[in-house]
Design a binder for this molecule. Structure first.
Ligand code: NAP
Ligand code: HSE
Length: 432
């Protein structure tokens, strides 16, 4: 059988990994699909650039047409990143009957349904395993492995950069900027790391996970999102003292037919399996009604781990080609989107505030919470260095987000409260 011919869009961190795996694992690929795999052309921005990986310079091009319009190319691997231009390339690719494998969560979170529909119309596969949690086969885990179950909750550490930064800050006391620079150097961060540290990268991945896990079209705008840039050393210290670890957590939760999807830094009970996920590692905790607790763990970023997911998708496309069943795997979602309101989202909350150290302040705060039927699980008051000021730290029992936000507003309006220093969701105390 003739070789399968690949067009690669991008030869950066992930593209270089793809080239290495295709070269180094050729035997295994041949065994699985019965023919050699050849990279035919590689699109880059700058042909003259020094590369980490050796490729024949004749393979490089800066013209997308050399790949998108090339009749010899069967499959396109997109690892160039970007959204608008890339969307046009991939639409052209499937219209030209080329199967697509992509690692691009920015693109899939925004235009996934459109691209998948166009691929299906053209009997092409469009696989995107590498777009969520790098080397962890979580999308296949959800779609195939848990196909028979009803998933009710997913909690994910799905951004390697922020997990790396938070691990360095809490375990080695590294300053934020230093930890971020290290994550960039190691190739975990996006070219502009704002999307990592502001939680947007994780939000994109959670939109993809929730869409597949709940079989509902969840848009990026449906995911509430908060990053890690405001986390302080004090917050990390308090979380440790209270038996928690600070993590950027994506949460997708379903109660009945209603769902919520969010990304935020949270205090995670240190006995929860996700609390042991450190450095650039990712994990997705999935709770299914029948299976109970499962967790998928592994490297969430980096050249070879991400490339592994891409080349595995490539094998999937090639197996489908052999069976002549390409373009049949992306089914339409089963359910209409049905999002929870704020008064249907329940969680425990951590709150740290500075108050005037006066008689009655403690009572005022506890009364305020009681009026909204929120009770405390933990509360402590400590004097601050500045005379007449005190710090109050508390963890609530489960309360609706609506009630908690109302209380925050009333605390801000109260003259005894000097400043609300921080609030975090508290997770992992109970199963599910
Ligand atoms: P990268 O290192 O910045 O590489 C991007 C590559 O694409 C470069 O080779 C660049 O060419 C080329 N490129 C970019 N824009 C182009 C354009 N307009 N025209 C032609 N070529 C263009 O990025 P990366 O880290 O490999 O990430 C690639 C994709 O994988 C992104 O979607 C990212 O979100 C996703 N991803 C990355 C990781 C990771 O760990 N890095 C993990 C999972 C998913 P030059 O080399 O000439 O500049
Ligand atoms: N910047 C991303 C991360 C790369 O840190 O997780 C993997 O998607």
């Amino acid at each position: 059988m003739d070789a399968i011919s690949i067009g690669l869009l991008g030869l950066g961190t992930v593209g270089s990994g793809v080239v290495k795996i295709v070269e180094n694992h050729q035997d295994k690929l041949m065994h699985q699909i019965g023919c050699p795999v050849r990279i035919n052309k590689i699109l880059v921005k700058n042909i003259e650039k020094e590369r980490d990986v050796h490729v024949d310079p004749a393979l490089l091009t800066d013209s997308p047409d050399d790949i998108l319009e090339n009749p010899d190319i069967n499959i396109i691997i997109e690892v160039m990143g970007g959204v608008e231009e890339t969307r046009k390339y991939l639409l052209r690719a499937v219209r030209n009957k080329k199967h697509v494998v992509t690692a691009n969560k920015d693109l899939m979170a925004l235009y996934g349904p459109e691209l998948l529909a166009e691929a299906t119309r053209n009997k092409c596969d469009l696989f995107y395993e590498a777009s969520v949690a790098g080397g962890i086969p979580i999308l296949r885990g959800l779609v195939d492995g848990l196909a028979s179950d009803r998933i009710t909750k997913m909690m994910g550490i799905v951004n390697g950069t922020t997990n790396f930064i938070l691990t360095k800050m809490s375990k080695s006391g590294s300053p934020y900027e230093e930890a971020l620079a290290q994550a960039q150097q190691l190739g975990y961060a996006e070219s502009d790391p704002t999307a990592d540290v502001e939680g947007l990268d994780a939000a994109r991945k959670m939109a993809i996970l929730a869409t597949l896990g709940f079989s509902m079209n969840i848009d990026l705008d449906d995911v509430s999102c908060e990053g890690i840039t405001h986390i302080t050393e004090e917050d990390i210290d308090y979380s440790k003292q209270l038996g928690y670890t600070m993590k950027l957590i994506g949460i997708a939760d379903r109660v009945g037919e209603k769902v919520e999807v969010s990304v935020q830094p949270a205090l995670l009970n240190e006995t929860h399996p996700l609390a042991a996920v450190n450095d650039e590692y990712n994990a997705v905790y999935v709770y299914g009604e029948a299976v109970g607790e499962t967790m998928f763990y592994g490297p969430g970023a980096g050249s070879l781990p991400t490339a592994t997911a891409i080349v595995s998708d490539l094998v999937g496309v090639m197996k489908n080609m052999r069976l002549h069943i390409n373009g049949r795997s992306a089914g339409a979602p089963q359910y209409e989107k049905n999002l929870k309101n704020e008064d249907e989202i329940f969680a425990k909350h951590f709150l740290r505030l500075h108050v005037k150290d006066e008689i009655g302040v403690f009572a005022t705060i506890t009364t305020l919470f009681a009026q909204h039927s929120i009770s405390f699980e933990k509360i402590l008051q400590l004097p601050l260095a500045e005379k007449g000021h005190a710090e109050i730290v508390l963890v609530t029992h489960r309360a609706s987000l609506k009630n908690f936000h109302t209380i925050l507003q009333q605390l801000r309006d109260n003259e005894l409260v000097l400043e609300i220093k921080s609030t975090y969701r508290v997770e992992g105390d109970d199963k599910k």
